[in-house]
Design a protein around this ligand. Structure first.
Ligand SMILES: [Zn+2]
Length: 137
């Protein structure tokens, strides 16, 4: 349970807390992913992990483009391959499952035109659960 009382700091509480006090959890402050991509305001880095591999990364986050015209985006990924995997494998409500190729082509175009990446194709990655660390033989 988390109780927030305006005007009371954590130090005020500690002196009054009885012996059944166990832990106080400090909630981290997470950045929010912008809903739309704008070249001038898109962050150079973000403290949100990749939506696929859950790794944090120190370079420009790659979003999935939901609508090309408006540049409505979803998610952040460490690389185009992980964004492509998410498009094709996760049944995200914002991604029309009948148009998966469209989102992949938006992604490729975005990486080339907006992020100046020198790529002509986004590789498919192996399903993570097929790797030996997940017990696959
Ligand atoms: Zn990743």
């Amino acid at each position: 349970m988390i109780i927030i009382i305006k005007g009371i700091s954590i130090n005020d509480l500690r002196s009054d807390i009885s012996s059944d006090y166990k832990t106080i959890t400090y909630l981290p402050v997470y950045e929010k992913i912008p809903k739309y991509y704008h070249k001038d305001t898109w962050p150079d880095s973000i403290n949100i992990p990749c939506w696929l591999c859950r790794e944090k990364f120190q370079y420009i986050p790659i979003p999935i483009i939901i609508e090309w015209e408006t540049k409505r985006v979803k998610g952040v990924f460490c690389c185009p391959e992980h964004a492509k995997y998410y498009i094709n494998k996760f049944r995200d409500n914002d991604i029309n499952q009948k148009e998966l190729k469209k989102y992949t082509s938006f992604l490729l175009r975005f990486c080339k035109e907006e992020l100046n990446m020198n790529i002509n194709y986004i590789e498919d990655i192996e399903d993570f659960y097929m790797s030996p660390e997940f017990g696959h033989i």
